[in-house]
Design a protein around this ligand. Sequence first.
Ligand SMILES: *Cc1c(COP(=O)(O)O)cnc(C)c1O
Length: 411
Amino acid sequence: MITTANSLDITSIRNDFPILNEIVNGKQLVYFDNAATTQKPRLVLDALSGYYEHYNANIHRGIHHLAEKATGAFEESRRRLQKFINAPLSEEVIFTYGTTDSINLVAQTYGRRFLKKGDEIIISTMEHHSNIVPWQMLCEEKGCILKVIPINDDGELLMDEFEKMLSERTKFVSVVHVSNALGTINPIKEIIAKAHAVGAKVMIDGAQASSHLAIDVQDLDCDFYGLSLHKIYGPTGMGILFGKKELLDAMPPYRGGGEMIKEVTFAKTTYNELPYKFEAGTPNIADVVAAKFALDYVDNLGKENIAGHENDLLEYGTQALKEIEGLRIIGNAREKVSVISFVIDGIHHQDIGVLLDQQGIAVRTGHHCTQPLMQRFGITGTTRASFAVYNSIEEVDLLIKGLHKVKKMLG
Ligand SMILES: *Cc1c(COP(=O)(O)O)cnc(C)c1O
């Protein structure tokens, strides 16, 4: 086995992920669709079934043993996530269905309450649809103006252009920390400081960053940060919104219902305190409880070790792919994570995806929920290979071999 300079034992890590033993089209699965969702280690799967087998109960209002145990585990996960992003207070961690839900929450509560006609909202060219559409919906309703930071041909934000856009009319900035389609790591600390200097609030879409980079919301000084657990080796259907307490306190509730209230009468309802004000209804208890185990898994390996291994795969893969004739990598930022998007002259990305799948290799093809970004590059989509901690150099070699085969068949 080719070893990298890193201390991680990839063979043993692979054994933690049962799905990697799947046979696809007669071949051992090679899973390179990690930017869409990561696979789950055994301890997360065990945590899910353990919850349902031993302490499934509704939380917060019960006084019986199971309800207390479930409530304890649920709130422990909140404190675990607080630590994961270094939030000052646990009530600043709101459980949501994921990043999309977190952004919609902010647009629909902070945005609707505090943004007015003529106010400007800035996003960037490389946003995921989930960080475009909620703001367009808000602009349509309130008469706000959406502005878009342009990028260069390498897929990096043009910071000079961003600075020119900023004025006292700028009230909100919402940008992606790491691009899912290009891998670009954006200079968000600088963006946040510059936005704050004109009095704007800032939301960061951390869906792609959170599995690759250490997140410290106090160091960043962001007002809001959203992420999804399913991209950090955790379960689907849950994520968090971090928000600064004074902002969350000032915001109206999102959904109305049980748990988010203090007292209900037909004359008037008073709302619950944070974080429950934003958590109406029975939450996704099982997945929240299991999320803690995913974060424990990541922190046990060490985010720096994970990033080191992924960067080895990125460098190795980038070099090897560049040698394929007619292949062009989309997204060559100096700062990027282990995502490689590419196009091959004369071959449609969908055909590449189908032929790789026949060889057991899972990649994503298409626009990656970033259609405006694809338009910027004058393409309809790419083929994207994105690496996680359990991927190996040998698997990257299989991708290269697979692409040569595709070229022979279609090129
Ligand atoms: C995946 C992703 C989202 C959406 O996350 P969901 O879990 O689908 O809500 C948003 N932004 C980026 C950059 C992503 O990669």
